[in-house]
Design a protein around this ligand. Structure first.
Ligand code: NAP
Length: 426
């Protein structure tokens, strides 16, 4: 007999929590639930397909998932197939690691016009998330607006702008490659409502925009100051690097490139316009002195995410995340990652966060008598509910098949995206 702990979600924050638990309570039985048959959350369906180095963290997660006291239960949605209350009754502790799976809304007129998309479905579509494999994403040109000045906006710009040749070592889904590489784009606008110093993108990601085969980046709507003027030396260093890169764009001799990337600062979206589909984006400058309409045929908002609530766990609706005190929602119920602190930081940011919460979970279960029989009880409950759950062995078979298909054409993998295709394996 040993304690049993459930982790809801199997993205990076879940795996780092698993890592922490494996050290702090090595004899605990840990069940990792995911509503998808595939593990790794944003590593599979969020990280850009041309950032394969970032995705390599999955190898570390794979080793953790194969520990004898760990199980992966895919195709199980907590809140639909099993309630959180049932899970808490069965396990000695439960950790919510469900990320932030809903886009924030701009809340302006025309947001539901055809041609206006949100980043979560589009990123999921090109990355093989089964919920979005059938998304009818029409990349109408010649002008596209990507709204937001974070790294998700940069990912979108880069994936839409790169050529097929530039994406050949990526795992961009074939259905997305067909649409993206046929689109007649001449102008991409990346729109920030504030200035270059306030932009939240990071330097490495920004610098990539200066090295794209068919893109000429130009800065508009702002002077680039010589220095950020931020008091904190660490933060100033990062911002100053961004400013240096933005200045360097002016020196690029790239006038023959077919796509102009307008890095447009100090422009607040006011409305999307169009009779039957998107025709223009109304913008206002930061001083409120000028309003104008940018003719764009496709727009994607990339303005941050919110977590989805789960019945039985306190949720901060305005903040879009679970109410918690250092990761504890209440005794026996914990939260990690974006679901805990909001959608910020890179994958590795979750490590320290999840390890600290895992320590708390371990300290809690050590004081509790073991409930016992958790795995038999959850298995019986899922069987009775008619849930056909999948396991890690099924994922490994799918993974092997995707990698083999990719190897035959010199790519890291060819993803299976549609639910019907995934079900053949899982
Ligand atoms: P983010 O960094 O918070 O950026 C959101 C952007 O949306 C900001 O520029 C924000 O501007 C803007 N915004 C918010 N509300 C808006 C509104 N109403 N109108 C206009 N603009 C608005 O979020 P993200 O890009 O979704 O990224 C989430 C996290 O994932 C970040 O920590 C990011 O670094 C990380 N990530 C990392 C990578 C990578 O490492 N390569 C790739 C993708 C994502 P304000 O600043 O003015 O609010």
């Amino acid at each position: 007999m040993s304690h049993a702990i459930a982790i809801v979600g199997s993205g990076p924050s879940a795996f780092y929590a698993l890592d922490g638990l494996a050290r702090a309570v090595p004899d605990a039985a840990i069940d990792l639930f995911d509503r998808l048959p595939t593990p790794y959350g944003l590593v599979r369906s969020g990280v850009a397909p041309d950032h394969q180095g970032t995705k390599a963290v999955a190898r570390q997660f794979e080793r953790l998932a194969q520990k004898p006291n760990v199980r992966f239960l895919g195709n199980v949605e907590i809140g639909r197939d099993v309630s959180l209350a049932e899970l808490r009754d069965i396990y000695d502790a439960v950790i919510i690691a469900t990320g932030a799976a809903a886009d924030r809304k701009l809340g302006i007129a025309g947001e539901d016009l055809p041609g206006v998309y949100r980043s979560w479905p589009v990123v999921g579509w090109y990355n093989g998330h089964p919920d979005f494999a059938e998304l009818d994403f029409k990349l109408r040109g010649p002008a596209v607006a990507v709204i937001g000045n974070g790294n998700v906006a940069i990912d979108l710009v880069r994936v839409l702008a790169k050529t097929a040749e530039e994406m050949k070592a990526s795992d961009l889904c074939d259905h997305a490659a067909r649409v993206i590489h046929a689109a007649p784009l001449t102008d991409i606008y990346m729109i920030g409502r504030r200035g270059p110093v306030e932009a939240s993108f990071t330097s490495a990601e920004l610098a990539e925009l200066g090295h794209l085969a068919r893109v000429r980046p130009v800065v508009e709507g702002a002077e680039i100051p010589p220095a950020s003027g931020i008091a904190d030396a660490g933060a100033a260093k990062i911002k100053d690097k961004n400013l240096e890169i933005l200045r360097s764009f002016a020196t690029l001799s790239a006038h023959d490139k077919p796509i102009t990337l307008h890095l447009l600062f100090n422009a607040t979206p006011m409305a999307f316009e169009g009779k039957v589909q998107l025709e223009g984006l109304v913008l206002r400058d930061s001083l409120g002195q000028r309003q104008w309409t940018l003719p764009v045929q496709t727009a994607i908002t990339a303005i941050g995410y919110r977590s989805l609530p789960l019945a039985g766990a306190a949720f901060d609706q305005p903040g879009g995340r679970f109410v918690n005190d250092g990761g504890e929602i209440e005794r026996g119920l914990y939260v990690v990652g974006w679901a805990r602190r909001g959608p910020s930081g890179v994958i590795a940011t979750n490590r320290a966060d999840s390890l600290a919460v895992a320590e708390k979970v371990a300290a809690f279960v050590r004081t509790q008598p073991e409930k016992g029989g958790a795995q038999q009880r959850i298995d019986a409950l899922l069987t009775a509910a008619g849930v056909s759950r999948t396991d890690f062995a099924a994922w490994l078979r799918l993974n092997q098949s995707e990698v083999a298909a990719g190897a035959s054409v010199g790519r890291p993998r060819i993803k299976l995206a549609a639910w019907s295709e995934l079900r053949r394996f899982c």
